[in-house]
Design a protein around this ligand. Structure first.
Ligand code: ADP
Ligand code: MG
Length: 482
């Protein structure tokens, strides 16, 4: 009997997830839905266990409709959802406390019942604490340019940004403690970490906020040991209300620094002080960092920063130009954003060098010149899709020699391949109709336009043709990556 119920719970939730998965991005699915465990199904009430209060709130805020829909589909109009929230028992073990919400069948998705774990306030003895020490005036080391205002939001950073914003409004008071921001280089970790610090300073003038890169943290510690004052070092850091350590991966293999950081971390965390960390890797991939630290990183939230999409890249460039009081033709801005895709620092670098060039030459920059300069930046990291590249894929696919594609042949299958090459060139490159025509054996722009129209029409009416398009699209994408 019990077995039967268990099975149903899992099955029901599994079916809900199917619907959910189709409606959210893979990253969001992974972040918000994968950690959920279905725990109980009683009559029409499904209880799911979520890892923290924050996750519960986030689900309610962002996914309530979707959850409703999926529950209704699985359990009918009567279906209800209840949450059970895991609470962390911070200091004594890394195992969270499970707290079940009494199933009341209130018919309401709100108001989960959460009991506080008993031993939350257990104090640990801390040898470093100096009683009665006054608050000190600390220079936060924050760069005012790295504000939230200057941080452009996009799909690539939405989670990290909102988590950061939540932390800034309630430092130490959300379940994002520590908040670990991770991602590749030049994607905005440092900027966002500063933004959080700046916002906290704006909201709470009296809070002591400190930003420190991990290497400086280590050097200070080494100096302190040399000067026989490691305790002063620890006291100093334990007095922070908000501690931001940038590039924590730098501590890999530095055991003594990790050890001292562990003590500082525990002290701050236990006193509900906010810790913000950045790293170039997700915690699971952080080699050379002690397990006990890694498991503490998981107490809070790890949010990643990904490469920005085209729209976000353009917005970032525009913001930067606005801040610096510069204007550039849109086509140049778009060209930069189009060419540099993986690193915001490089994106800004390209912009700066173009601006430098214009002011040195004292004449307006042309797209041609901009292209030349940008190509230097792009190096081997980005391959722009070119007409040649598309023609090659199309020829391979239809097993046609390139010369035939470019010839004047009116044979049906060649015409079709040629039109497809033109169509993809138009939709995937920045080339003009006449440039595309010229690349296809000297056709004019009207021919290319006609080709694009024909492909669009056939796509809607001809199944086989539609198949060609999706095959080609796949090949182009596949080969284009790296
Ligand atoms: P990381 O620390 O991840 O290597 P940074 O925070 O130093 O990257 O960011 C590199 C540059 O890109 C900085 O000049 C930063 O201001 C800019 N930048 C990054 N993300 C954004 C964003 N979302 N909006 C505006 N500028 C950004
Ligand atoms: Mg950085």
């Amino acid at each position: 009997m019990l077995k039967q119920t268990e099975k149903n719970v899992e099955k029901v939730w599994e079916n809900c997830l199917k619907l959910i998965r189709d409606n959210v991005s893979p990253q969001n699915f992974k972040t918000w839905f994968e950690p959920i465990k279905p725990v109980k199904l009683e009559k029409h009430v499904l209880t799911i266990e979520v890892p923290s209060q924050f996750v519960y709130e986030w689900l309610e805020e962002h996914y309530i409709q979707l959850l409703r829909k999926s529950i209704k589909k699985e359990l009918g109009a009567e279906g209800r959802l209840e949450y059970s929230i895991l609470m962390e028992n911070n200091m004594n073990s890394s195992k969270p406390y499970a707290v079940k919400s009494p199933a009341k069948g209130t018919g309401n998705l709100k108001n989960p019942q959460v009991a506080m774990p008993v031993s939350l306030n257990t104090a640990i003895k801390n040898p470093f604490i100096v009683p009665g020490l006054k608050k000190i005036d600390v220079d936060s080391q924050l760069n005012p340019n790295y504000s939230f205002d200057n941080f452009i939001e996009g799909d690539c950073n939405r989670l990290a940004r909102s988590a950061g914003y939540a932390v800034a409004n309630k430092p130490g008071g959300t379940s994002f403690n520590p908040l670990l921001l991770y991602g590749g280089t030049g994607l905005g970790k440092t900027h966002l970490a500063h933004a959080i610090g700046i916002e906290i300073k704006n909201n709470f003038q009296n809070k002591t906020v400190l930003y420190v890169p991990a290497d400086r943290f280590m050097n200070q510690f080494v100096d302190a040991v040399k000067n026989n004052s490691p305790n002063d070092f620890v006291h100093f850091y334990q007095m922070m209300d908000v501690l931001i350590i940038d590039d924590i991966h730098f501590l890999a293999g530095k055991e003594r620094t990790q050890d001292v950081f562990f003590h500082i971390f525990n002290h701050l965390h236990q006193n509900n002080k906010q810790i913000i960390l950045t790293s170039d890797k997700a915690p699971v991939d952080l080699q050379g960092i002690e397990q006990r630290l890694l498991s503490r990183f998981k107490w809070g939230l790890s949010a990643d920063l990904q490469s920005p999409d085209l729209e976000t890249r353009i917005a970032i460039l525009k913001r930067k130009m606005y801040n610096d009081g510069i204007e550039l033709p849109t086509e140049i801005v778009e060209y930069i954003a189009y060419s540099i895709t993986t690193n915001i620092r490089e994106l800004e670098g390209a912009l700066i060098s173009i601006i430098a060039q214009t002011s040195l030459n004292k004449k307006p920059i042309t797209l041609e010149l901009a292209k030349q300069m940008i190509d230097k930046f792009v190096k081997n990291t980005v391959h722009e899709i070119s007409i040649d590249y598309i023609q090659k894929i199309v020829c391979d696919y239809f097993e046609l020699p390139l010369e035939t594609l470019k010839s004047k042949t009116r044979k049906r299958e060649v015409v079709q391949a040629r039109q497809l090459a033109m169509y993809f060139s138009k939709s995937l490159t920045k080339s003009s109709l006449s440039a595309i025509g010229a690349h296809c054996g000297g056709k004019d722009h009207a021919t290319v336009l006609h080709a694009c129209r024909t492909v669009n029409n056939l796509m809607e009416t001809d199944k086989k043709f539609k198949g060609y398009i999706s095959d080609l699209q796949k090949r182009i994408n596949l080969n284009h990556k790296n």
